[in-house]
Design a protein around this ligand. Structure first.
Ligand SMILES: Nc1nc2c(ncn2[C@@H]2O[C@H](COP(=O)(O)OP(=O)(O)OP(=O)(O)O)[C@@H](O)[C@H]2O)c(=O)[nH]1
Ligand SMILES: [Mg+2]
Length: 326
């Protein structure tokens, strides 16, 4: 599946139908008055948030979106038909920007709607223009054009908790251990190419976790998969920063942690002011003394690190309440 989280589209609402111009024709009435009806209104283009979508892929394939035009007003004062609205389904968490880059809509919840382009009004039929001095006007109004806009849709997934760390830190494995999500996991970097969501369920709460692609040194300059994906954790209330245990050098884990922190700092988004739980992963591959040495390295820098293993589930019973509490 292609993950598309940014799309720019040309959007056109329907034009109003022109007003009709006609005259009544009745038996025994030689000069019937004007009876052209009004044109129908053009269809609107409306965006609507839907819960079962996770990407903007469908929109990416469209590029142009156009609602139906209204039809012409008819004889005998009949209104033209209204053009059909075009409803564009988007995932919850879709933000809509105009060409100046201003945020004009933020569709967070299922059913949230945004009128992106308003259909043009139908023109008035000639029946409307009859006056005491001109009882048989031929003039009818043209329909008004529908709005035409260029909008950019950006998806920012709605998750409470974001998992960050270097590639291979074990983010996807932890997501799998805590939720029913089934992300791809492998022992090479950049296994995760697009964000995965999972729901951590406890007795009385459901917390959505987002696993994003790994960050590397230089991500802020576009290396690896860059910092683009940080958008998806922009709205989280908490980060879980995963650092893999190193059995060669306790200082390596600290260096890894620093690398990710300094890339997060370079993001334009306000990621680093969020509360963080720092987690030491894969402790099943090291012995007790190594674990203590790594913890000591972090404590020396004033950082508390919680040791866990997604394989043996050690430490998860401390991590889960921490995630709920922070
Ligand atoms: N021994 C051990 N291996 C683990 C643990 N957690 C993850 N791994 C392994 O580490 C490798 C990377 O795990 P992933 O979960 O794919 O890592 P990631 O952080 O999602 O990596 P990217 O998606 O590339 O950023 C895989 O081979 C996992 O099986 C753990 O608790 N113990
Ligand atoms: Mg991954």
């Amino acid at each position: 599946m292609k993950f598309v989280d940014k799309v720019t589209l040309k959007i056109k609402a329907g034009n109003g139908g022109p007003g009709g111009s006609s005259f009544r024709r009745e038996k025994y009435v030689p000069l019937g008055g004007p009876d052209g009806g009004d044109g129908g209104k053009g269809g609107d283009v409306i965006f609507m948030a839907k819960p079962n979508l996770q990407t903007l892929m469908d929109l990416d394939m469209r590029r142009h979106i156009k609602a139906e035009n209204g039809t012409k007003g008819g004889k005998k004062d009949q209104y033209g038909a209204k053009g059909q609205d075009f409803i564009v389904d988007v995932p919850c968490g879709t933000m809509i920007f105009n060409t100046d880059g201003d945020l004009i809509a933020d569709l967070q919840n299922n059913g949230d709607r945004f009128l992106a382009a308003k259909g043009g009004k139908g023109g008035l039929g000639n029946a409307r223009f009859s006056t005491s001095v001109n009882r048989s006007p031929r003039y009818a109004q043209p329909g008004m054009p529908g709005d035409e806009v260029v909008l950019t849709m950006e998806l920012r997934l709605i998750a409470e908790v974001g998992l960050v760390g270097l590639p291979n830190a074990g983010k996807s494995t932890l997501l799998k251990a805590l939720t029913r999500a089934n992300p791809k996991i492998a022992d090479y970097p950049f296994t995760t190419l697009y964000p995965n969501l999972g729901v951590l369920k406890t007795e009385d709460r459901e917390v959505v976790l987002a696993d994003i692609p790994g960050l590397i040194e230089g991500a802020s300059e576009g290396l690896g998969l860059g910092l683009e994906f940080l958008r998806h954790i922009d709205r989280t209330r908490l980060l879980v920063h995963l650092v893999a245990a190193s059995f060669e050098d306790p200082k390596q884990s600290w260096k890894d942690y620093q690398t990710v922190c300094s890339e997060l700092k370079k993001s334009d988004l306000d990621i680093q002011s969020k509360p963080v739980i720092v987690v030491l992963t894969k402790i099943d591959i090291i012995i007790e003394e190594q674990k203590e040495a790594i913890q000591a390295e972090f404590v020396a820098h004033g950082v508390v690190i919680l040791p866990i293993s997604s394989f043996t589930r050690e430490g998860l019973s401390e991590l889960i309440p921490d995630i709920l509490a922070k």
